[in-house]
Design a protein around this ligand. Structure first.
Ligand code: SF4
Length: 166
């Protein structure tokens, strides 16, 4: 998608944004670039990952995505529906749409009442503030989306926890 959309976000929310690669040195340099902006009081989107990310993005990929998909409202586990937040197949490819074929559009996936993953996902609460964390909810028996995936916040908190859960 390129860099231009991130600059809009940096200006809107007045926070520095750095696009980085995945290697440890990439992330370290990305943090350094972010800290430099914070110390200088500047706000912009910067590109650390210049070996892969172009300012204008990947035109070929953008064209294919525009042809195959269209932007739709989507339901997100723990959060609910967000307008214009997901992709669906475009009219041209509607014959391949498994969602329509199997009638899955109205499928509801809700978390148990004690799960606060929606607040975790929005940064309002930490996983350790959930009463079920590490007790009724573990990676082997997840109750919510953020414990299911190994990179989910609850799963990461569980894996790297320092305290013994009683
Ligand atoms: S620990 Fe489990 S129940 Fe609690 S918020 Fe995370 S996923 Fe939901």
């Amino acid at each position: 998608m390129g860099m231009q959309d991130y600059d809009v976000l940096a200006q809107k929310y007045q926070v520095p944004i750095v696009v980085t690669g995945f290697e440890p040195l990439d992330i370290l340099q990305g943090l350094y670039m972010c800290i430099k902006q914070l110390e200088q009081g500047t706000v912009r989107a910067e590109n650390q990952y210049i070996r892969s990310v172009l300012a204008q993005g990947n035109h070929t990929a953008q064209q294919i995505i525009a042809e195959v998909f269209q932007v739709l409202p989507r339901k997100w586990r723990g959060i609910g529906e967000i307008p214009q937040s997901g992709w669906g197949l475009s009219e041209t490819y509607r014959a391949f749409d498994a969602e329509q074929h199997f009638g899955l559009e109205e499928m509801q996936v809700s978390e148990p009442p004690e799960c606060i993953s929606g607040q975790v996902l929005r940064g309002l609460k930490k996983p350790s503030e959930c009463a079920a964390f590490g007790k009724r909810c573990t990676p082997d028996h997840p109750l919510g989306a953020t414990m299911v995936s190994s990179e989910g916040a609850c799963a990461a908190y569980y894996k790297y926890r320092r305290e013994v859960i009683v």
